[in-house]
Write a protein that binds this ligand. Structure first.
Ligand code: FES
Ligand code: FES
Length: 171
Protein backbone atom coordinates (compact mmCIF):
# COMPACT_ATOMS: atom_id res chain seq x y z
CA UNK A 1 0.00 0.00 0.00
CA UNK A 2 1.29 3.47 -0.87
CA UNK A 3 2.26 5.66 2.01
CA UNK A 4 0.35 8.94 2.21
CA UNK A 5 2.27 11.85 0.73
CA UNK A 6 3.23 14.45 3.29
CA UNK A 7 4.34 17.99 2.77
CA UNK A 8 6.13 20.47 4.98
CA UNK A 9 3.80 22.99 6.57
CA UNK A 10 4.75 26.01 8.63
CA UNK A 11 2.00 27.51 10.77
CA UNK A 12 2.20 30.49 13.09
CA UNK A 13 -0.21 29.78 15.92
CA UNK A 14 -0.59 32.11 18.87
CA UNK A 15 2.67 33.77 17.93
CA UNK A 16 4.72 30.57 17.70
CA UNK A 17 5.97 29.08 14.44
CA UNK A 18 5.32 25.33 14.08
CA UNK A 19 6.96 23.36 11.28
CA UNK A 20 5.51 19.94 10.63
CA UNK A 21 4.91 17.28 8.02
CA UNK A 22 1.29 16.71 7.11
CA UNK A 23 -0.82 15.22 4.38
CA UNK A 24 -1.98 18.08 2.16
CA UNK A 25 -5.64 17.10 2.58
CA UNK A 26 -5.66 17.63 6.36
CA UNK A 27 -7.65 20.49 7.76
CA UNK A 28 -6.43 23.24 10.01
CA UNK A 29 -8.73 21.85 12.71
CA UNK A 30 -7.11 18.41 12.50
CA UNK A 31 -3.61 19.84 12.68
CA UNK A 32 -4.42 22.19 15.56
CA UNK A 33 -6.09 19.48 17.62
CA UNK A 34 -4.13 16.35 16.71
CA UNK A 35 -0.64 17.64 15.94
CA UNK A 36 -0.36 20.74 18.09
CA UNK A 37 -2.58 19.62 20.98
CA UNK A 38 -4.67 22.79 20.79
CA UNK A 39 -8.09 21.35 21.50
CA UNK A 40 -9.89 24.62 22.21
CA UNK A 41 -11.32 24.70 18.69
CA UNK A 42 -14.05 22.05 18.69
CA UNK A 43 -15.30 19.78 15.95
CA UNK A 44 -19.07 20.03 15.90
CA UNK A 45 -20.50 19.36 12.45
CA UNK A 46 -17.23 19.12 10.54
CA UNK A 47 -18.87 20.61 7.45
CA UNK A 48 -18.95 24.34 8.04
CA UNK A 49 -22.37 24.65 9.64
CA UNK A 50 -21.89 25.22 13.36
CA UNK A 51 -18.90 27.48 13.96
CA UNK A 52 -17.50 25.54 16.92
CA UNK A 53 -14.18 25.18 15.08
CA UNK A 54 -13.77 28.94 14.54
CA UNK A 55 -10.28 30.39 14.90
CA UNK A 56 -8.92 33.72 13.70
CA UNK A 57 -6.67 33.86 10.65
CA UNK A 58 -5.11 37.29 10.29
CA UNK A 59 -7.80 38.60 12.61
CA UNK A 60 -10.74 37.18 10.67
CA UNK A 61 -12.90 34.26 11.81
CA UNK A 62 -12.46 31.12 9.71
CA UNK A 63 -13.96 27.65 9.91
CA UNK A 64 -10.96 25.49 10.75
CA UNK A 65 -12.87 22.40 9.59
CA UNK A 66 -13.13 23.87 6.09
CA UNK A 67 -9.66 25.37 5.91
CA UNK A 68 -6.75 23.22 4.82
CA UNK A 69 -3.77 23.58 7.11
CA UNK A 70 -1.64 24.30 4.06
CA UNK A 71 -3.91 27.23 3.16
CA UNK A 72 -3.23 28.87 6.52
CA UNK A 73 0.51 29.09 5.96
CA UNK A 74 1.88 32.58 6.05
CA UNK A 75 -0.95 33.86 8.20
CA UNK A 76 -1.26 34.52 11.94
CA UNK A 77 -3.58 32.01 13.55
CA UNK A 78 -5.15 32.79 16.90
CA UNK A 79 -6.86 30.05 18.89
CA UNK A 80 -8.61 30.42 22.21
CA UNK A 81 -5.47 29.16 23.96
CA UNK A 82 -3.58 32.26 22.85
CA UNK A 83 -6.21 34.88 23.53
CA UNK A 84 -5.40 35.77 27.14
CA UNK A 85 -1.75 36.36 26.31
CA UNK A 86 -2.79 39.28 24.11
CA UNK A 87 -4.00 41.29 27.08
CA UNK A 88 -1.21 43.51 28.39
CA UNK A 89 0.04 42.58 31.84
CA UNK A 90 -1.84 39.28 32.01
CA UNK A 91 -0.27 36.55 34.12
CA UNK A 92 -0.37 33.02 32.63
CA UNK A 93 -3.47 32.10 34.63
CA UNK A 94 -5.40 35.27 33.81
CA UNK A 95 -8.26 35.46 31.34
CA UNK A 96 -8.77 37.96 28.55
CA UNK A 97 -11.50 40.54 29.31
CA UNK A 98 -13.81 38.92 26.76
CA UNK A 99 -13.42 35.59 28.56
CA UNK A 100 -14.07 37.27 31.92
CA UNK A 101 -17.22 38.86 30.54
CA UNK A 102 -18.49 35.48 29.32
CA UNK A 103 -17.76 33.80 32.65
CA UNK A 104 -19.31 36.52 34.78
CA UNK A 105 -22.22 37.14 32.41
CA UNK A 106 -23.17 33.45 32.09
CA UNK A 107 -22.45 33.48 28.38
CA UNK A 108 -21.14 29.96 28.90
CA UNK A 109 -23.13 26.87 29.77
CA UNK A 110 -21.69 23.60 28.41
CA UNK A 111 -18.87 25.60 26.79
CA UNK A 112 -18.75 23.70 23.52
CA UNK A 113 -19.51 26.74 21.39
CA UNK A 114 -17.59 29.15 23.62
CA UNK A 115 -14.12 29.25 22.00
CA UNK A 116 -15.64 30.02 18.61
CA UNK A 117 -18.07 32.53 20.10
CA UNK A 118 -15.33 34.37 21.94
CA UNK A 119 -13.02 34.51 18.93
CA UNK A 120 -15.87 35.79 16.75
CA UNK A 121 -16.54 38.39 19.44
CA UNK A 122 -12.89 39.40 19.42
CA UNK A 123 -12.90 39.87 15.65
CA UNK A 124 -16.03 42.01 15.96
CA UNK A 125 -14.72 44.14 18.82
CA UNK A 126 -11.39 44.70 17.08
CA UNK A 127 -13.27 46.20 14.14
CA UNK A 128 -16.21 47.71 15.99
CA UNK A 129 -15.36 48.55 19.61
CA UNK A 130 -18.89 49.66 20.51
CA UNK A 131 -21.21 47.41 18.50
CA UNK A 132 -24.99 47.53 18.51
CA UNK A 133 -26.98 44.45 19.48
CA UNK A 134 -27.78 43.91 15.81
CA UNK A 135 -24.07 43.99 14.92
CA UNK A 136 -23.31 41.51 17.69
CA UNK A 137 -26.05 39.13 16.58
CA UNK A 138 -24.84 39.42 13.00
CA UNK A 139 -21.24 38.70 14.03
CA UNK A 140 -22.23 35.51 15.86
CA UNK A 141 -24.89 34.46 13.38
CA UNK A 142 -22.69 31.63 12.14
CA UNK A 143 -22.05 30.29 15.63
CA UNK A 144 -24.53 27.71 16.89
CA UNK A 145 -25.22 27.48 20.62
CA UNK A 146 -27.52 24.75 21.90
CA UNK A 147 -27.63 25.95 25.50
CA UNK A 148 -27.91 29.64 26.15
CA UNK A 149 -30.60 30.99 23.86
CA UNK A 150 -27.98 33.58 22.83
CA UNK A 151 -29.25 36.42 25.08
CA UNK A 152 -26.53 35.89 27.70
CA UNK A 153 -23.92 35.68 24.96
CA UNK A 154 -25.05 39.00 23.50
CA UNK A 155 -25.02 40.53 27.00
CA UNK A 156 -21.52 39.15 27.58
CA UNK A 157 -20.20 40.66 24.36
CA UNK A 158 -21.74 44.03 25.27
CA UNK A 159 -20.03 43.78 28.65
CA UNK A 160 -16.76 42.78 26.96
CA UNK A 161 -16.98 45.91 24.81
CA UNK A 162 -17.26 48.01 27.98
CA UNK A 163 -14.35 46.17 29.62
CA UNK A 164 -12.15 46.61 26.56
CA UNK A 165 -13.10 50.27 26.15
CA UNK A 166 -9.93 51.52 24.51
CA UNK A 167 -7.73 49.34 26.70
CA UNK A 168 -6.49 46.83 24.17
CA UNK A 169 -3.35 47.47 22.20
CA UNK A 170 -3.40 46.85 18.48
CA UNK A 171 -2.53 43.18 18.85
S1 FES B 1 -17.08 21.97 13.00
FE1 FES B 1 -16.51 23.55 11.65
S2 FES B 1 -18.33 24.60 11.26
FE2 FES B 1 -18.97 22.91 12.48
S1 FES C 1 -22.86 26.93 25.82
FE1 FES C 1 -23.42 24.91 25.19
S2 FES C 1 -23.46 25.05 23.03
FE2 FES C 1 -23.18 27.10 23.67
Amino acid sequence: MDRPVKCAIALTVNGTLHELLSEPRRTLLEVLREDLGLTGAKEGCGVGGCGTCTVLLDGKPVRACLTLAAEAQGGEILTIEGLADLWPGNAPEDLHPIQEAFVEGHGIQCGFCTPGMILSAKALLDETPDPTEVQIREAISGQVCRCTGYAKIVDSIQDAARRLGGGETGR
